[in-house]
Design a protein. Sequence first.
Length: 203
Amino acid sequence: MAWLRETLALFAMSSPWELFAAALALAYVFLAVKKSMWCWLAAGVSSSIYVALMFESRLYMEAALNVFFVAMAIYGYYEWRKGIERDGEFKVERWRVAEHGVALSVIALLTSINGWLLTSYTDAAQPYVDSFVTWSSVVTTWMAARRIAENWLYWMAIDAVAAVLYFQQGRAPTGVLFAIYVVIAARGFQVWVRQPAPVTVRA
């Protein structure tokens, strides 16, 4: 149980700000599963805190990602509200294989370019992993804001990678948070697709 003792020790050394940000991020996911627009408020505040925390850890793309998350929290709130006002309900949409192919190709390309730039010009820790988590999260957050059901499947993969990254950087509360996210994301997909005749959208 050495890993448990080490994890608890990292928790004890964590700042109150990181614990607070992790709690809000967890609240965001639970609220998103329930299709509550309040999820975006929790996401915005949590991401604002993480901007400073990630920069401190030299995870520069993660810091930039959280700036993006703050902006997406605003966009997501208004997009969900507009969709509910238009449709009269929270209508989940689905993507075809072609849309997923485009999304995955974009993630792979941007990860490769960004990882190379970070390796060449910065002292970034884990440049390619950092870049993957960043760009895949950008795409997947946009999918969530657009109410695409498969965003939860993407999050399962992203969160598993991110959990390992944060543990390696000594961010135990955030690492545990992302490990929990993997389980919640599976539940989120199940909840979101429980509706009659989901709409298939085109890119």
